[in-house]
Design a binder for this molecule. Structure first.
Ligand SMILES: Nc1ncnc2c1ncn2[C@@H]1O[C@H](COP(=O)(O)OP(=O)(O)OP(=O)(O)O)[C@@H](O)[C@H]1O
Length: 347
C-alpha cells in the first residue's frame, strides 16, 4: 500500500481546447433473470488534454463499466444511455463502427494483467507488427517498433522485441502493453488498475512512465485504481464512485485532504499508512449494495454514520463550499451528499 503524499503540483495549464472526453448522464444496465440491473447510473465525466483523472471506489462500484462505455466495449447484454463526445466527435453509444475507428487511434487502453493482454504464442515484435499494421499511417519498421518500446521505458529493445511474454518480467510485459497502446498515437489512455499485478518498485516505474507520457505528449489518462496513494501521487482530479454513481469529484489534493462525502472519508480511514502516527483502521461498515437492491434514497446512507431522515431522498451532485483559504481556488468540487462533511475532515 502506498502512502498518500501530496503530489508535486503540475503547473496549471491554460486549457482553451474543448475537453477530450465529455460524458453526460452515462447509464449502463445489464440484463438479468429479474430484469435490467443498473451498473452505472448517470455518470458525468470530463477529461482535459494532459490531465490524469483517477477513478476510485470499491469493487463493483462501476469504474470498469464506465470505461467500457467510453471505449464502446460494452457487452451485448447491456443497455445504455447518455451523451458522449470524444476528441470533439459526438458518439452514438451503440455505434460499433465509430468506436472501432477511435479505439487505438484516439483512445487506447491498458489493463491490470499485462500477461492476459499479450498472446503467449507471439513475440513482442509480432504484437507490435500486428498493431502497427492496424494503424497503417505509421508504418511497421524496426526503428518504429524500437521507438515505441523506448517510449514505454524499455532500454534493451532488441532483446525484448524477440521475447515471448513468458520470457519477460511482469513489468516488461506491462511496458510492451503500453507500447502497443501507444502505437496509434492516442490522445487518451484508459488504464484499468495497470499496476495492481506488479510488485511495488515496478509499480512506481510504470506510474512514473504514465506521468512522463502525459507531460511529454499531453496524453490524457483515466486511471482506475483501488489505491488512493497511487491516485494522490499522479492524478490531477479524482472521481469517487459508489453504487454506479460519482459521489465526489474535484482536484485530487482538495478531495483527499478535505473529503466532503462520508464515503470518501471512509475510504481514506480504511487504508493503512506507512508513516504518520499508528492508528486503528476503520473499515466502512456493511457492504456496497448490489445493483438489484439499491436503497431508494442516498445509496450510501445504510452504511453512513451521519445518515438522517433527509438521506431517504436521493442526493444530487452539488458544489462543495470550502471555507479553507487553501482550497478557495481549488477548482470545481462536487459531492453527492445531503449532509457533506465540513472543512477539516481529514483522512
Ligand atoms: N458483463 C456483465 N454482465 C453483468 N453484470 C456486469 C457485467 N460487467 C459488470 N457487471 C456488474 O456491473 C457492476 C459494476 O461492475 P464494474 O466491473 O464496473 O465494477 P468496478 O468498480 O470496476 O469493480 P472492480 O474494482 O472489482 O473491477 C457490478 O455489479 C458488476 O457485477
Amino acid at each position: 500500500m502506498t502512502v498518500i503524499t501530496s503530489s508535486p503540483a503540475v503547473p496549471p495549464r491554460s486549457r482553451v481546447a474543448a475537453p477530450l472526453i465529455e460524458a453526460e448522464g452515462l447509464s449502463v444496465s445489464f440484463a438479468s433473470e429479474t430484469g435490467f440491473l443498473p451498473a452505472v447510473r448517470g455518470v458525468d465525466l470530463r477529461l482535459e488534454e494532459g490531465e490524469i483523472l483517477g477513478l476510485v471506489g470499491e469493487s463493483g462500484s462501476g469504474k470498469s463499466v464506465t470505461c467500457q462505455a467510453l471505449l464502446g466495449l460494452l457487452p451485448a447484454s447491456s443497455t445504455f444511455a447518455g451523451c458522449l463526445r470524444v476528441a470533439g466527435e459526438t458518439l452514438v453509444l451503440g455505434d460499433a463502427l465509430a468506436f472501432e475507428r477511435l479505439r487505438g487511434g484516439t483512445i487506447s487502453m491498458i489493463f491490470q494483467d499485462p500477461m492476459s493482454a499479450l498472446d503467449p504464442l507471439m513475440t513482442a515484435r509480432a504484437h507490435l507488427h500486428q498493431r502497427l499494421r492496424r494503424h497503417e499511417r505509421r508504418g511497421d519498421g524496426e526503428e518504429r517498433m524500437q521507438e515505441l518500446l523506448r517510449r514505454a521505458g524499455v532500454s534493451d529493445t532488441v532483446r525484448v522485441l524477440d521475447a515471448y511474454p513468458h520470457q519477460l518480467s511482469g513489468g516488461l510485459c506491462q511496458r510492451v502493453a503500453i507500447a502497443l497502446a501507444l502505437a496509434g498515437e492516442p490522445r487518451i489512455l484508459v488504464a484499468d488498475e495497470p499496476t495492481t499485478a506488479l510488485d511495488v518498485t515496478v509499480q512506481a516505474q510504470v506510474l512514473d512512465l504514465l506521468d512522463d507520457l502525459r507531460r511529454a505528449r499531453d496524453l490524457a489518462v483515466i486511471l482506475i485504481s483501488h489505491d488512493l496513494g497511487v491516485v494522490a501521487e499522479i492524478c490531477d482530479r479524482i472521481a469517487v464512485m459508489y453504487a454506479g454513481q460519482i459521489v465526489e469529484t474535484g482536484p485530487v489534493d482538495a478531495v483527499l485532504e478535505q473529503p466532503a462525502h462520508p464515503y470518501t472519508l471512509g475510504l481514506l480511514e480504511s487504508r493503512p499508512l506507512l508513516n504518520g502516527p499508528r492508528r486503528k483502521l476503520r473499515a466502512i461498515r456493511g457492504a456496497a449494495p448490489l445493483p438489484n437492491a439499491l436503497p431508494s434514497g442516498c445509496a450510501f446512507s445504510p452504511r453512513c454514520g451521519r445518515s438522517a431522515a433527509v438521506c431517504q431522498v436521493p442526493a444530487v451532485l452539488q458544489p462543495v463550499r470550502s471555507t479553507s483559504s487553501q482550497y478557495h481556488s481549488a477548482g470545481h468540487r462536487l459531492a453527492r451528499c445531503h449532509l457533506p462533511l465540513a472543512d477539516g475532515a481529514h483522512g
